[in-house]
Design a protein around this ligand. Sequence first.
Ligand code: HSE
Length: 434
Amino acid sequence: MKPVKVGICGLGTVGGGTFNVLERNAEEIARRAGRGIEVAQIATRQPNPKCNTGATPITADIFDVVNNPDIDIVVELIGGYTLAKELVLKAIDNGKHVVTANKALIAVHGNEIFAKAREKGVIVAFEASVAGGIPVIKAIREGLAGNHINWLAGIINGTGNFILTEMREKGRTFDDVLKEAQALGYAEADPTFDVEGIDAAHKLTILASIAFGIPLQFDKAYTEGITQLTTADVNYAEALGYRIKHLGVARRTDAGIELRVHPTLIPADRLIANVNGVMNAVMVNGDAVGSTLYYGAGAGMEPTASAVVADLVDVARALTTDPNNRVPHLAFQPDSLSDHPILPISACESAYYLRIQAKDRPGVLAQVATILSERGINIESIMQKEVEEQDGLVPVILVTHRVIEQRIDDAIAALEALDDVVDKVVRIRVEQLN
Ligand code: HSE
């Protein structure tokens, strides 16, 4: 059978990795796909020194690839929203299948892109868009297809996890570690996407859609980054038996779906609490299977290429199949998507870590306990540290039982209004993940 012809748009970290993996493993890939997968054209403005592209035709214009009649599958690895969207829609219009690693594009414009792809009978595959080399989309969409998924929670930004790990283990500064992540090719072009949780929210949006059968709704995800975390809270969390991880959580409740990204205290003995460096991990809980855990490199040249190439093999295998009987893009048949609403963060339920900076006076703890009990908030553990020499304040740290966030918002407002409480109350959500 004739080889499938692929055009790679973007020869950066992931594009370069994809080219190299396709070349190096060509023989095994052909044995799996049933035919060769050949890179017939590359669009890039500059060569990648890590790739020996040999005689492969190279153009500086991505639309040369999209309009090339010989190309069967366009691999979109340029990133961003605007040009990437134009590229993907044009490729679909031209009847080409698309493989992309672009989580921002899928999370924000996926509903439109998939509708167009269905109309044209082509596949848009996006395994590499979430958690780099971990085949978690395939696992949820296909491997867990018999389940009612209850919740999922994941460390889905390698850069953020790398920064938190280096800060905790080596006492390095935030900026120093971020620079290293950028040099290693983990960080987004705009690294605020990593540290402010936007990248993780893109990925969570995609995972929630395929887990619960809902349209992509990035604009409704609650997003909080890691820039406000302090070493003090990292250390207090450890003393209470927890680790702080930047987590994406999607949970189905009767009232709606929780879709939230934020720093989270996790019991230190959970496997996922021990996922360090650039590694990612996603826990998925289904009614039949129980809890499952998927772990691996969440970013980087060849780990992400591994997912891109797996998608290419999938598309190559599906080329001759009936477009109406393929695995649906978002796991559920498009006319069977649910309109179960996404909950605002104030209606989400979690346990909470609170750190209150109080004056060292009698009765402060009693006032704190009263404010919480009046709002039905049950305290699980409480720790009062010695007076801090520099300001004479006493850090009061407590962990609550699970409660709707609105009640914690009210309690924090009341605590901050106390004469004996100084500064903002620090609030970090706590998940047991059991
Ligand atoms: N910037 C992303 C991360 C790359 O650090 O996880 C992979 O999506």
